[in-house]
Design a protein around this ligand. Structure first.
Ligand SMILES: Nc1ncnc2c1ncn2[C@@H]1O[C@H](COP(=O)(O)OP(=O)(O)O)[C@@H](O)[C@H]1O
Ligand SMILES: [Mg+2]
Length: 265
């Protein structure tokens, strides 16, 4: 019998979560979260500010322990196989972890060295090309735009080819043009076979990128489906005899609003 190493493809979903619970003292943030993310897909965890999205990501990336429930990433239990989980993932947060004084290329080479990979220079050049940073590669990161930084951050997270990537609010704080650039970079990730779990407060981001969308609200996943499935939850509105399909925003506000009304009664 051999124990699978982190880089091996383990059968089953890339991420499997059942009954996840987490409280911060009295505050019950997660109250039984269930979700599965298929390999090679983009899964958007959508929720308002404070819904618990980062808490889910921190548990899945082994930075935080759950109070109850199970979670497996790349086939490894986060509680009992934390080291294998860490080897299987990368985590990119809202605040880019790039070194301002180094150039983009130097940042990439540094990470490749830290991960003991052969030929760091070639890895850096390949990633600069993939994220349209070849021209900017020799410039200090201090001179980069927000979108370029975030792209570099995503490129850095790809070093070593982790099968699962967590992007926690990857476009928060970016201007519209930079958001489009980052979206393109995320699409590239999945084209390469990587599984992406992304959190967002932006409905359009989920609408643009995700194969499946789950809404986290008051500690639970209240809906989980494709964009079309979510839209079918609401009847189309008739506007002057022209059917208007509901937007994800309609779906979100109706579901989240309806719950909040019901629970306040
Ligand atoms: N370390 C912590 N200690 C106490 N409360 C926390 C801590 N981290 C997060 N929270 C609270 O838990 C809730 C969920 O936070 P978070 O997971 O960051 O939500 P999101 O990422 O969806 O905005 C928020 O009310 C937040 O203030
Ligand atoms: Mg957050």
């Amino acid at each position: 019998m051999s124990i699978p190493s982190a880089t091996e493809q383990v059968p089953g979903p890339a991420i499997h979560v059942r009954g996840l619970e987490k409280s911060y003292k009295e505050l019950r943030v997660l109250r039984g979260v269930d979700l599965d993310v298929a390999r090679g897909s983009i899964f958007a965890l959508l929720g308002s500010n404070g819904a618990g999205k980062t808490t889910v990501v921190r548990i899945l990336s082994t930075l935080l322990k759950a109070d109850a429930g199970t979670a497996r990433v790349n086939g490894f239990d986060v509680a009992t196989r934390a080291a294998d989980v860490r080897e299987s993932i990368s985590l990119t947060g809202q605040f880019a972890a790039v070194d301002e004084i180094l150039s983009g290329r130097e940042n990439l080479v540094l990470i490749a060295r830290l991960r003991h990979l052969g030929n760091p220079a070639a890895i850096a050049d390949e990633l600069l090309g993939r994220f349209s940073l070849t021209e900017a590669g020799a410039r200090r990161v201090a001179t980069y735009s927000g979108g370029m930084r975030r792209r570099l951050d995503i490129a850095m997270s790809l070093i070593g080819n982790p099968p699962v990537i967590f992007l926690d609010e990857p476009t928060t704080g970016l201007d519209p043009e930079a958001r489009l650039e980052v979206w393109q970079a995320i699409r590239e990730l999945v084209a390469g076979g990587t599984t992406v779990l992304l959190t967002t407060q932006h409905l359009d981001e989920a609408e643009q990128l995700a194969d499946r969308i789950a809404i986290l609200h008051e500690g639970r996943i209240i809906v989980n489906g494709t964009l079309d499935e979510l839209k079918r939850l609401l009847p189309p509105a008739k506007v002057e005899y022209i059917e208007k399909q509901p937007t994800l925003q309609d779906v979100f506000l109706t579901l989240v609003g309806a719950r909040t009304d019901r629970e306040q009664r």
